[in-house]
Design a protein around this ligand. Structure first.
Ligand code: COA
Length: 361
C-alpha cells in the first residue's frame, strides 16, 4: 500500500482540482497538510500570528503530521484523493486503486481485492464515514460477495481520518409514510440483517481501525477476528446519551471480552476508550504508531493471507460455532429493544439536539 510514484502523485494532484463536490474544510486541511509534507517534508516554518486565522490553521494541520516521511505522506495524499474521486463515482487515482477482479462499484464504499485480501473501505470521509441506510445495504452485499470470492482475509476500514462515526443520525430524520413506527420497523429489520452478516461471515474478518470509531462500528468489533488500531483511534459507544441501547451483539460480547464492570462503563455510561485502553481490555488486538500504522498492518496481513485458506476459515467457523445460535438470539433481543428506543422521546430529543447543536455552530 505504501509508496505512490511521482506519476501517481501528479495524477492525484490534477484529479484534486477536478473534484465536483467540496469535501469540507477538515478534509481540505488534511489534503493541504499531506501535500506540504509530501513535497517539503516536516513543517519547520514559523507559526503564523494569532490573528492570521487561516494560515494558522493550515500551519497547525501541517505541523500535526510531525515526522511522517515524505513517501508516506505522498501515498496518504493519493489515497485520500482517490477516495474522494471514488466517492464521486470516478475511478480511484491512487496506486492501490480498484484493481481487476474488484466487485461491483458502490457510491460510498470502496471494495477491492488484492494480494488475496478483500478490503471493504467506508468512503464518506467528509461525514466521518457515518453509515447511511444505503451503506448498510451495500456493506451487507459486499460481505456476501467477500464470503464467496477467492480471497483469504476480509478487511474492514475507513477512508480519511476517521474509522467510522457510527449510524448516520439523519437516518432518523427521513420519516417514511407510516410514521416513526414504520421507520423503527424498517430500521430494525436492516440492523438485524446487518449484524447477521457479521455473525455468519465465514472467513477471518479483520478491522483496520485507522482513526476514531463510534457506535455500531465499535460494538461490531466483538465479532471480528483481529482488530488492529492506530494510536490515534478511540472507541466510543454513546448509546444512553442518545436515548438508545447497545447493538452489534455488544451486550453479550463486551462483558465477555472485558468483564461486566468495564463493559458497563462503555455501554451504559458512554466512556470513551483510547486505543491503548481498548487493547488492554481485549477489544483491540494490537496498537501501532500512526506514522507506521498502514505499512506495518498491511505487511502483516499480506503474510497472513498466504496461510492455507481452508484451514483458516474452518478454524474460524469452529470458534464461532460454539455461540452462533446465542449470537443470533442476542441480535434479535437488541434489535427489539432498539425498535422501541427509536420511537421514544429520549431518542427523539437526543437526535434533535445533535442537529440543533450543529445548526448553532
Ligand atoms: N451522523 C450524521 N452526520 C455525522 C455523523 C453521524 N453519526 N458523524 C459526523 N457527521 C457529520 C457532521 O454532522 C459534520 O457534517 P457537516 O460537515 O455537514 O456539518 C461532518 O460529519 C463532520 O463532523 P464534525 O462533527 O464536524 O467533526 P468532528 O471531528 O468535530 O466530530 C464526531 C466528529 C464523530 C465526534 C461528531 O460528528 C459526532 O459526535 N457525531 C455523532 C456520532 C454519533 O453519535 N453516532 C451515533 C452513535 S450511536
Amino acid at each position: 500500500m505504501m509508496g505512490a510514484t511521482e506519476e501517481q502523485f501528479e495524477q492525484a494532484r490534477s484529479r484534486m482540482s477536478s473534484l465536483k463536490t467540496d469535501p469540507g474544510n477538515d478534509v481540505k486541511l488534511q489534503i493541504y497538510a499531506l501535500f506540504k509534507q509530501a513535497t517539503q517534508g516536516p513543517c519547520n516554518t514559523p507559526k503564523p500570528g494569532m490573528l492570521d486565522f487561516v494560515n494558522k490553521v493550515k500551519w497547525e494541520a501541517w505541523r500535526s503530521l510531525g515526522a511522517v516521511p515524505q513517501d508516506e505522506a505522498r501515498q496518504k495524499y493519493c489515497d485520500l484523493i482517490g477516495s474522494l474521486v471514488a466517492a464521486e463515482g470516478g475511478k480511484a487515482a491512487n496506486g492501490a486503486a480498484v484493481p481487476a477482479g474488484s466487485g461491483p462499484a458502490y457510491e460510498t464504499l470502496q471494495v477491492t481485492t488484492e494480494d488475496d485480501i478483500t478490503t471493504i473501505k467506508l468512503n464518506r470521509p467528509a461525514k466521518k464515514n457515518a453509515i447511511t441506510t444505503e451503506m448498510y445495504n451495500d456493506i451487507i452485499e459486499a460481505l456476501n460477495q467477500a464470503a464467496k470470492d477467492d480471497s483469504v482475509l476480509t478487511v474492514f476500514t475507513g477512508a480519511g481520518d476517521f474509522y467510522c462515526s457510527g449510524n448516520d443520525l439523519s437516518n432518523f430524520t427521513n420519516i417514511p409514510e407510516g410514521g416513526v413506527q414504520e421507520q423503527a420497523r424498517r430500521g430494525g429489520e436492516l440492523l438485524r440483517k446487518y449484524v447477521k452478516a457479521y455473525i455468519d461471515f465465514p472467513k477471518p474478518l479483520v478491522a483496520v481501525v485507522n482513526g476514531p470509531a463510534v457506535g455500531i462500528s465499535v460494538t461490531l468489533l466483538g465479532l471480528f477476528d483481529l482488530v488492529y488500531a492506530t494510536d490515534q483511534a478511540s472507541f466510543h459507544t454513546p448509546f444512553s446519551q442518545l436515548g438508545q441501547s447497545a447493538e452489534g451483539c455488544s451486550s453479550y460480547t463486551f462483558p465477555k471480552i472485558m468483564g461486566p464492570a468495564k463493559a458497563s462503563e462503555m455501554l451504559l455510561f458512554n466512556k470513551k476508550l483510547s486505543a491503548v485502553q481498548a487493547c488492554e481490555l481485549g477489544l483491540v488486538t494490537e496498537v501501532f504508531p500512526d506514522s507506521s500504522f498502514q505499512s506495518e498492518v498491511w505487511t502483516r496481513l499480506k503474510a497472513y493471507a498466504k496461510l492455507p485458506p481452508n484451514s483458516l476459515s474452518l478454524s474460524k467457523q469452529l470458534i464461532r460455532s460454539t455461540e452462533k445460535t446465542l449470537l443470533h438470539q442476542v441480535n434479535d433481543a437488541e434489535v427489539e429493544r432498539l425498535m422501541e428506543r427509536w420511537t421514544s422521546d429520549e431518542c427523539f430529543n437526543a437526535v434533535m439536539s445533535f442537529f440543533q447543536a450543529k445548526a448553532r455552530l
